[in-house]
Design a protein around this ligand. Structure first.
Ligand code: ADP
Ligand code: MG
Length: 356
């Protein structure tokens, strides 16, 4: 451009910075659901209840019975880059929580109307606090321990974005899917989803003394057919010996070849409890089926990879749905062998005795 047309370089206002950042994190109501459920789980919730209106566009309310937020820190929780989960670069190297970027609440506040009602166990007051994200006003409100975050009128300020949304039914389906992914990884937590006043999904917490909580939760969420047509996967393998003694483990369930589907919608992969879309795991699982599945048939599985958090980088993508492994070949090998060896076991061996 000729000099006369050059625009000045300006620092963007905070609000706009958040709105730009929100674009990366929040694509649709289900993205908000995922972030809020992440937060509830990080807070140690044992029961999480969602209430949605209009597929989540008009209202997403996520209520938990977790640790709550103390009054003095409540306004900070909505600020950008404010988090209780990491404090230093070394914490970033080994993230143990679902969140750590301190971005979600701030991002959501910039594109919706947010309020937070919360109470901690040992609060001096005998009530909770309600924070209005817009006005910053704090007001005493009745509440048991835990937090309820309400998000109203998503994308109200960005109508162009709102136009990208699908029908309420489709957005609701995405919201339910987001919760389902969490629910599979956490049989110890109860989940309920209400839409327009109707209970649309509910998975009760599996008792801690249950013989096989994961199997129970998979049956509850994906249906009894999923588990009766799947074999248990449990594979320990050593990582290259660098003295750390850390192991890589693959657990879960893999569907028998007959249970394969035409779509890949029943492929759930987790790394340290976090749902991921990972090429290494997907490819490894697929290759374990290469001799037994033909054409475009898609295997079904729910695989949980656990490894030392320093061996996986979760800070790759704003939504944390992608990860990077330090030893991706070992992960690939472990997943492939885990599934192969599970499939090699006669089917009845993977079943639970109580089956007819
Ligand atoms: P992050 O989860 O990456 O820390 P968020 O913006 O999602 O960032 O949340 C900011 C902070 O607010 C969290 O670190 C946590 O301390 C607090 N917080 C958010 N949601 C909850 C909740 N449901 N229960 C307790 N604390 C919460
Ligand atoms: Mg978070």
């Amino acid at each position: 451009l000729p000099p006369s047309e050059r625009s000045p370089i300006l620092e963007l206002p905070d609000e706009l910075i958040s709105q730009i950042a929100a674009g990366e994190v929040v694509e649709r109501p289900a993205s908000v659901v995922r972030e809020l459920v992440d937060n509830a789980l990080d807070a140690g919730a044992s029961q999480i209840t969602l209430r949605l209106l209009a597929g989540g566009v008009r209202l997403i309310s996520v209520e938990d019975d977790g640790c709550g937020i103390v009054r003095s820190e409540l306004p900070t929780a909505l600020k950008r880059h404010a988090t209780s989960k990491i404090a230093s670069l070394s914490d970033l190297e080994s993230v143990h929580t679902m969140g750590f970027r301190g971005e979600a609440l701030a991002a959501i506040c910039s594109i919706a109307e947010v309020s937070v009602l919360t109470r901690v166990e040992d609060a001096p007051e005998s009530h909770g606090w309600l924070l209005d994200g817009r006005s910053g006003e704090l007001q005493p409100t009745a509440r048991n321990r835990g937090t309820t975050v309400e998000v109203r009128e998503l994308f109200f300020a960005t109508p162009a974005r709102r136009k990208f949304l699908k029908t309420d039914a489709t957005e609701l389906a995405h919201c339910i899917e987001a919760v389902r992914r969490h629910a599979l990884a956490r049989p110890d937590v109860g989940f309920a989803i209400w839409h327009e006043g109707k209970l649309v999904a509910q998975w009760r917490a599996v008792a801690s003394d249950h013989a096989d909580p994961l199997r129970q939760r998979l049956a509850d969420v994906l249906g009894e057919d999923f588990v009766t047509q799947a074999v248990a996967v449990d594979w320990p393998i050593d990582l290259p010996d660098d003295g750390s003694g850390q192991r890589l483990r693959v657990q879960g369930f893999a569907g028998v070849p007959d249970a394969a589907r035409s779509r890949n919608d029943w492929q759930f992969a987790y790394v340290n409890g976090r749902y991921v879309r990972d090429k290494v795991i997907t490819h490894a699982a697929r290759s374990a089926y290469e001799d037994v599945l033909h054409g475009h048939r898609q295997p079904v599985y729910a695989l949980f990879v656990s490894l030392d958090p320093t061996r996986v980088d979760v800070n790759v993508h704003p939504t944390k749905i992608e990860v990077r492994f330090r030893e991706s070949r070992e992960v690939h090998q472990a997943v492939r062998r885990a599934v192969e060896s599970a499939l090699a076991v006669p089917r009845s061996a993977g079943k639970v005795e109580t089956e007819p």
